[in-house]
Design a binder for this molecule. Structure first.
Ligand code: IPM
Ligand code: MN
Length: 334
């Protein structure tokens, strides 16, 4: 467990409450990581801690990051040093983000999953700066796309689509402008599609996909895309399907060479920390994705259904739901 910063520990407490209520006994170890630890000790992710995390079966993370405007933690230290480092070191190459629209949201009919490549693209860290601080400074930030990385991500998307009722995969990219990366993605997509004749396919440019996610999200079942497009599209999808407080994610190592990591998409929201107003449903649904990964499909299904039911109920209610109240309501449904 990495509760982390801000509302992180609060939403993780509810997720653990729900796992217990689902009847699954898990042994947990708490790790103090995040902006708080960095501010106190200067440590981001000590090697010994990374080594211990490698030996676990799953990591459940609340949220990490300093309050907005904090000067104690420079931008990127926690993001690159902790979150991205875990994704890269543990080879969590799939970032899975499911969306189900709630009544009254902009996209109430949405029922789709974003499969985001999670170890490459512009996140890989390729690039550099020259003549920094001068009028002639140059900054480049390349997008890294390997056939290996792209193909395993696309293959995951097709295998997932095969297990879903609709069996449809959309590739989202910008092949008309990013011709090198786009060409690799498109060819990898076309060749994996040949191995899955039962799965229907489509392609959308990422800018058009932003329109469709808002106006006609029912067209999507499984969306597969690169790291940065997936980051942005998933936040948009969260916003139009009921709010980022509902958006769950699994950072998966499908090859199971180590643990996978489960976390709500939202951040540490220091502004509401301690007020009991954080919505734990994203963390709870992330915990359900963890249960699924751990082979507890029955419990995972029950928790997910309870989350979907409660988020629908909450959308139609004016009750002031509290963090613990939401966790209790889910636990009661189980
Ligand atoms: C997310 C976050 C991270 C990302 C940041 C905090 C590094 O926005 O999980 O979507 O960009 O992937
Ligand atoms: Mn993001």
């Amino acid at each position: 467990m990495i509760g982390g910063d801000g509302i992180g520990p609060e939403v993780i407490a509810e997720a653990l409450k729900v796992v217990a209520a689902a009847g699954v006994a898990i042994e947990t170890v708490d790790y103090d990581l995040g902006a708080g630890r960095y501010a106190r000790t200067g440590e981001v992710l000590p090697e010994s801690v990374l080594g211990e995390l490698r030996g676990t079966e799953a990591i459940l993370l609340g949220a990490v990051g300093p309050p907005i405007g904090s000067t104690a933690v420079p931008p990127g230290v926690i993001e690159r040093g902790l979150l991205l480092r875990l994704r890269f070191e543990l080879d969590l190459y799939i970032n899975l983000r499911p969306f189900n629209g709630v009544p009254g949201s902009i996209a109430p009919d949405a029922d789709f999953v974003v499969v985001r490549e999670n170890t490459e693209g512009p996140y890989a860290g390729e690039g550099g700066a020259l003549r920094r601080g001068t009028p002639f400074e140059v900054a480049t930030q390349g997008s890294v796309n390997t056939r290996h990385g792209v193909e395993r991500c696309i293959r995951y998307a097709f295998e997932l689509a095969e297990r879903r009722a609709r069996g449809h995969v959309t590739l989202v990219h910008k092949t008309n402008v990013l011709t090198y990366a786009g060409d690799l993605w498109q060819r990898a997509f076309d060749s994996v599609a040949l191995e899955h004749p039962g799965v229907a396919t489509a392609y959308n440019h990422v800018d058009a996909a932003c329109i469709f996610v808002v106006e006609n999200s029912a067209r999507y079942d499984v969306v597969v895309t690169d790291n940065l497009f997936g980051d942005i599209l998933a936040d948009l999808a969260g916003a139009v399907t009921g709010g980022i407080g509902l958006a769950a994610s699994a950072n998966l190592n499908p090859a199971r060479t180590g643990p996978s990591l489960f976390e709500p998409v939202h951040g540490s929201a220091h502004d509401i920390a301690g007020t009991g107003r954080a919505n734990p449903l994203a963390a709870i649904r992330s915990a359900a994705m963890m249960l699924e990964h751990l082979g507890q499909a029955d419990a995972a299904g029950r928790v997910t259904r309870a989350v979907l039911e409660l988020q629908t109920e909450m959308a139609g209610s004016s009750e002031p739901w509290s963090t613990a109240g939401i966790g209790d309501a889910i636990a009661r449904r189980l």
